[in-house]
Structures are given as C-alpha cells and as structure tokens.
Design a protein around this ligand. Structure first.
Ligand code: PAF
Length: 326
C-alpha cells in the first residue's frame, strides 16, 4: 500500500561522535520536516534541540532537516519506522494511512477555533490518539500545530464553493481531504509537499490549500495570485520519534525528549499565532488578492458529504466525542 523511496541520509543515531580526548559521546539526531527554515515547524525543532541539549548536557544534538530535505511527510514517517530518520514533525496529512484512527482529525470544519483544537488535543482525546499512533511502530511525543487551512489558486478568486468547480487543487495524500474537495466540485490532486511549488509554477495544478504559516514560509505569492480564507479544516501536527531511537533510551532520557517536545509545541504555536496576525498583510503586500469575507456555512455544506463517507467507513464514536467537547 505504501510507496517506499530510499532515503539518502543514513541514520544519524549511528553518528555517535566521540569527542577527542574525552569519554563524552555526542549523538546527533536528524529532525526532519517539510516546511522552510524559520517556519512554525522550524521554530519548534529549534526549541526542541535547545531544550534537549540543555537537559542532556550536550549528549543529544538535533540536526534540523528542513524543507523536505529527507523527503515528503509520508517518506519520513516510513523512515522513522525503518529507523533511517529519528524525529519528525508532520501534519496529519499522511498519518491516517498509517493510523486510520487519526483520520477523524482531518474532517473539515470539525474544530471551531484554535482554542478548542488545542484543548482537545492537549487533553484526554489527544492522549488516546497519541497512544493509538504509538501502537503503529511509531513513537508519538505530542500534538503540535499547522493551523487552519485556506485555499490558494491562480485561476480566479474563490468567492463561493461553485468557484472551485473543476479546479485542480493539490491536497495532502489524505482520503478525507480528497473526498471533501471532490464533494465541493474541485479535482483533488494528492501530492507530497516538496513537489508543490514546482507543480504550481508549471501549472500542473491550479491551486493548493494550507495554513497561513505555510503559505507565507513557502512564498506561495510567487506562484499563486488568489487566497480565500476558507479555514476549511484545522490541521494538527504531530511530533514523532523512531522506535529504534526510543528503544535505546533510558527512562530519564525519554523524559528529556518529552520535555523538549512540550517546549517545541509552545514555540510552534507562538509562531502560528504571529503568522496568523501578520501573514495576510504580508501576502497582500506581495501581490496576492485575498478574499476575506467568506460564507463559511456554504463551504461547510459543500464538503458535508465527506462526513457520510467517513462515518460509513470508520464509525462516529470519536467524531461525536470531539464534537461534544467543544
Ligand atoms: O500541505 C502539506 O503537506 C502540509 O500542510 C505541510 C506543508 C507539509 C506541513 O505539514
């Protein structure tokens, strides 16, 4: 079911560098993600590295592998499972292909705002889902954040769902998102994120959808002229470790990684907040036409069939719990 692309970088756990003249051994760990250096994910990775280095007195150092340097999110998750990458922060885009229970989080218009999404993911429901992820040859350290997703394209301003008709919109490799865009009349085109900029530039696709922190960090204004603030789905992110790294750690060391993950979540959320506050203006300044007044109820209605498909396949127990919690 899964594509396998061989990753070019050998596991950095193997790179235990003995410091000359001392017994001190430093382990350098690859922490991969798909967004640009200094993006919201990058801020989290940098904060994680700083905290982990402090707590371990320099025993563990993080090497940030940004902008898809080790492949797309799906490739990297496979890399964690086989032990060729140690750590990642990923959207839930490909996660449901590994852990179907996580797909509920991808339903459009499920979370009403940032506050509810964060409190649910930081609470009992979030912990249950992290535990499910960890049953699938992955180690889930924390839920973090990508943000509410919006649609960009270069064909026309999207004012109503009807304007999506026939547009080739790149979605994540996620069946729930694909179903939602299909229901709204678009032609969903799943693709790994590192391929998206070039695909937009070459007009292989008309548009894509991502949160403001991703649209700004990726400079999508260079290849997209229209943005509509649909906020059609909250996009959680998850910090994952490879079981082969995890199984070699002592309990004390595992505690350091968990602590570092908490600090990473705070740093990422802070950057999401500042990008949400300043990003739309930046995109306008760079020439994007922004449709701000969106009839969200109309978009919600257009993507509603995705709920029926989801319930028929996966049931609605967790869905109801999430709805009841906000
Ligand atoms: O669109 C995606 O694939 C994701 O939102 C991204 C940009 C890789 C961040 O997780």
């Amino acid at each position: 079911m899964f594509r396998f692309r061989s990753l070019t970088v050998v596991s950095a756990v193997a790179l235990s560098v003995a410091m000359s003249g001392s017994a001190f051994a430093q382990t350098v760990l690859n922490f991969a993600h798909s967004t640009a250096q200094n993006s919201h994910y990058s801020m989290g990775v940098q904060a994680f590295g700083k905290k982990l280095s402090e707590l371990s007195n320099g025993k563990f150092e993080i090497r940030e592998q940004a902008a898809g340097a080790l492949g797309g999110e799906r490739d990297v998750i496979e890399g964690l499972q086989i032990g060729s990458v140690e750590l990642t922060v990923s959207s839930t885009g490909p996660l449901g292909n590994f852990v179907p229970e996580a797909l509920v989080l991808d339903l459009p218009f499920l979370f009403k705002d940032y506050a509810s999404a964060r409190s649910i993911l930081d609470g009992e429901i979030g912990q249950e889902l992290l535990d499910k992820v960890s049953e699938n040859n992955l180690v889930a350290l924390a839920w973090t954040e990508n943000g509410f997703r919006h649609v960009t394209n270069s064909s026309r301003p999207i004012n109503t769902p009807a304007d999506l008709e026939g547009l080739k919109i790149r979605t994540m490799e996620n069946p729930v998102h694909m179903e939602a865009f299909r229901a709204a009349g678009a032609s969903p085109t799943p693709m790994a994120f590192p391929e998206v900029f070039a695909a937009l530039q070459q007009n292989v696709i008309d548009g894509q959808e991502n949160p403001i922190p991703v649209i700004t960090a990726s400079k999508f204004w260079e290849v997209q002229s229209n943005l509509t603030l649909t906020g059609h789905v909250y996009s959680p992110a998850i910090i994952l470790a490879s079981p082969s790294l995890w199984d070699g750690l002592s309990d004390e060391e595992k505690g350091w990684f968990r602590e570092a993950a908490k600090v990473a979540v705070e740093a990422t959320r802070a950057k999401v907040e500042s990008d949400e506050a300043n990003g739309v203006e930046l995109l306008r300044k760079n020439g994007m036409n922004v449709v701000e007044n969106v009839d969200k109820a109309a978009f919600q209605k257009a993507v509603a069939p995705a709920y029926d498909t989801f319930k028929a396949k996966y049931g609605d127990e967790m869905l109801k719990r999430i709805q009841a919690a906000q």
